[in-house]
Every structure is written in C-alpha cells, then in structure tokens.
Design a protein around this ligand. Structure first.
Ligand SMILES: [Zn+2]
Ligand SMILES: [Zn+2]
Length: 456
C-alpha cells in the first residue's frame, strides 16, 4: 500500500520545483494527511487479521517508508548549516505533531524534542538524530541534490548534507511514525531528540548536544537507554555496524605561539628564531604517539597549520601553529596534553623563546555502554538477519553524541548507505551519497531496539 499514490507521484523530486517555504509547508501538510489516513487503514487491517508482531512491524515500515523517503529528499535538497536548521526543524516539528507527539521547539537554538507516550507506563528511552549540513558544494548524482548556498563564518559557501544527517533525521521521523502506529500496544515513553549543530556551532556560538543538555533537554524524564546511528560508506545499504566500547574519538584543538626575537635574516645570531623553534616543537610532538603511548593505544596528534613571517629576509618575532588531538581514553587524553606542554615549553626554553599554549578540550570520546550493547546486538540480528549486523572499527572522527552517552547508557550504530553496485565518496566529501534503501533498515533497527527495551 502506498500513501496517496497520485499525490506522491507528483512529489518525486524535481529540483527547484518547490522553492518557497510556504509551498513546501502546504505540500507537507497534504502528504501528512494522506499518510494519516493510510496509517489508520493499516491499523484496522492489522487488528482484523491479528498479524504476527514482526509482520506488523514490517507492514508498518513498508507503509511509511515512501513518505519518509520523500521527507528525506526535501531535507537533502534544502540543507541548512549548524544552528541554522530552521526549515528542517519546522518540518520535523510538523511531522511529530501530526503523529500526536508532545513537541518542544527552539531547544539549543533550532532543536526539536518530541515526547511519545505508549498507552501504558514503562521505561523512558531516548533517541537522537542530528539535522545540520556542511559547507560543501554537492557533486553527487542524486536527482534531489542540493543547489543551496549560505554564509559560513563570513564566507559564501555551498551547503550539502555531506555527512548524511538527512538520513538520520528521516530515520528518526520514520521510527516516530512506526511507534505512533502501534501506540495502543506499547508500554513506555520515547524522547525523540532532533539535534542542531553536531558538526560544531559557528564561531562565537554555542550549540549541539552539550547545549541541549545544558538547557535540560530531558526535563523531568530520566532515560535509561539512548540510541543513535550514523551513516557510513564502509558498507552497503542493508547493513548495520557496531563497535564494542569506544566508537568515536575525542576532538581537542591546540594553538601555540612561539615568541622569539626578530632580526635581518642575514644575521640569525641577532634573532631568537621562532620558525626553527616551532619546527622543532612540531617534530617533538610526533614523539608522543611514537614514544609515550602503547602501540595498542590509538591516538592522533596532527599539526595542521603553521604560520610565520612576511618575507624571506626577515626572521619574524613569532610563529604560530595548531592542530587537533584525537584519543579514545581519558587517560591517553590527559597524557597527551601533559606531554604537549612539556615538549613545547622545553623546546622553546632551550631556544631562548617562550611559548603560549592554548589547549582546548572539545568533544569527549564516544563510548558505548557495554551491557546495553551486549543486549542490543542480538535484537538487531533478529530484526535484520545475522549477516547484516557487522562488527566494525571505531572512527578517529568525533561525534558529539558522546555528551549524551556520558550521562545515559548509550549505543551508537553505523548505518551502511552505499547503493549496492555503486560507489560513494566518504562522509564530508562533495561526492558522498546515501541510498534511500538504508532508511527502512535504520527505522527497523532503532524501532526494534525500542520495542525490546519496552518489553524487558
Ligand atoms: Zn560529519
Ligand atoms: Zn555526522
């Protein structure tokens, strides 16, 4: 059964056709009305035939998938940068309200929180999707690719869902639809967290998971488990990956200024050369991973910028360099920061210079809850088939779901999105592209985990 077939056919994405917000909103309302009718019909059919629970879940997901795919296309075609997810959050809030959820908007700027209550009391489970896009010009072959532009830190940029957050948002909307269709048989509460600014807020702004928690996103509710997923191009649509323990790294930044003494470059003996001292410090930092940490401890120390001087015959007074540190364990994080300070200050002192070190701790490592993961994997295998649930590797990228995972036992999964028989650029690249076929897989995975928690 498809929702409002004639209507839906009209909305198969044709880029630039529904350009205004008002037009978009009207079309969404039409689709949602058709969808609500269809879900009601499905409920009647389900009751009449007393279908087995798994078949009911499959039937429900089959019904809502075309609608959710349409929402995904709209979100993808009109991506918005971090803390600017205005149209996306309006679409999310409207969909959640149409399902009868209690909805809060404006959380951490553009975040949306939907509270779903089953007909009977039970556990509180939280789910999270991130909604923001990246300043990337899309080069995918998708018919609904983005042509949007915006301003990022003062620069004119293209905007693209190059990290697949459109898929995450669509999957969670699909989970809400699936649970709403089964409300009368469910025991418990689900908090849907649609988060802004996972990629980081613009300069001078707060945002993301940390700000949502700071603003008390859960209110009086105390979730006992939280789930999220992220697109990956490591495997095809149809598969889900999991990692026991740490799944994503921390992301700290450092900026260092070496203060020396300027001179004519022909008379280096009159200078304290910050370029040579800075270069030694950069090389010295590489010994932290090689000499201070176990070979079994995954750590990255990358110096990504180095700036000094204005012309070749002047030794400058200062040199600056900066970069990022990625670790998986709090102990390694402490050790790296301590050794960086010792090495940089020691080398600067040896050269007669001083160093100003600005080390900032950013997103913490994302660590899955061991027991929740142990209980979740069999549920996923049952729902998707054992072959489709694969043990995978952690990533050195950071993911701010870690702020939630530090407060609530959490599981973070990887959703394969590569269309079988095709290739995709990696996340954050202009040629990243995610297959719609990953959406029902994500919906089934997360819904099955929620239903399992409710039944425990
Ligand atoms: Zn990303
Ligand atoms: Zn991402």
């Amino acid at each position: 059964m498809r929702v409002a077939d004639s209507d839906y056919a009209r909305y198969i994405p044709r880029p630039r056709l529904y350009r205004t917000h008002e037009h978009w909103r009207n079309e969404t309302v039409k689709i949602l009305r058709g969808y609500a009718t269809c879900v009601a019909m499905l409920m009647i059919a389900m009751t009449a035939s007393r279908t087995h629970a798994a078949d009911v879940l499959d039937a429900t997901i089959g019904t809502i998938t075309p609608v959710v795919i349409d929402l995904r296309h709209r979100i993808h075609q009109f991506p918005e940068l971090s803390n600017r997810e205005f149209k996306t959050s309006a679409l999310v809030a409207e969909h959640l309200r149409s399902l009868g959820l209690e909805v809060r908007t404006g959380v951490a700027h553009t975040g949306v929180v939907g509270i779903f209550k089953g007909d009977r009391p039970g556990p509180v489970i939280a789910l999270r999707a991130d909604m923001d896009a990246l300043p990337v010009v899309e080069e995918s072959t998708l018919p609904f690719r983005s042509l949007e532009r915006s301003t990022y830190n003062g620069q004119d940029v293209g905007v693209m869902h190059a990290c697949g957050h459109d898929i995450h948002t669509a999957v969670l909307l699909g989970v809400a639809s699936t649970l709403a269709a089964q409300r009368n048989s469910l025991a418990g509460t689900v908090v849907f967290v649609f988060q802004p600014a996972e990629e980081g807020a613009p300069e001078g702004e707060e945002g993301g998971a940390a700000l949502m928690l700071k603003q008390g996103v859960f209110g009086d509710l105390k979730p006992t488990a939280m789930f999220a997923l992220h697109t990956t191009t490591d495997f095809p649509a149809g598969k889900i990956g999991y990692v026991a323990g740490a799944a994503a790294a921390s992301a700290d930044t450092f900026n260092v200024t070496i203060n020396g003494t300027s001179s004519h470059a022909a008379f280096p003996e009159l200078s304290v050369d910050p370029v040579v001292i800075g270069a030694q410090a950069v090389l010295g930092l590489q010994t932290i991973v090689a000499r201070n940490l176990s070979a079994f401890e995954p750590v990255v120390v990358s110096t990504a910028t180095f700036h000094a001087g204005v012309r070749g015959n002047i030794i400058p007074a200062t040199a600056t360099f900066g970069g990022t540190v990625r670790v998986f364990s709090p102990d390694a994080r402490d050790l790296v920061e301590r050794r960086m300070r010792e090495i940089i200050n020691g080398i600067a002192q040896a050269g007669g210079a001083t160093a100003d070190i600005d080390y900032r701790r950013g997103t913490p490592p994302l660590v899955n809850d061991a027991q929740l993961m142990e209980e979740s994997v069999p549920v996923l295998k049952q729902a998707l088939g054992s072959d489709n649930v694969v043990l995978t590797k952690p990533v050195m990228a950071a993911e701010d779901f870690s702020y939630f995972a530090n407060e609530i036992p959490s599981v973070f999964l990887f959703l394969g999105v590569v269309k079988p028989g095709t290739t995709s650029g990696p996340n954050h690249s202009p040629t990243f592209q995610a297959d719609d076929a990953s959406i029902p897989v994500g919906i089934k995975a997360i819904t099955s985990l929620v239903l399992d928690r409710m039944q425990r």
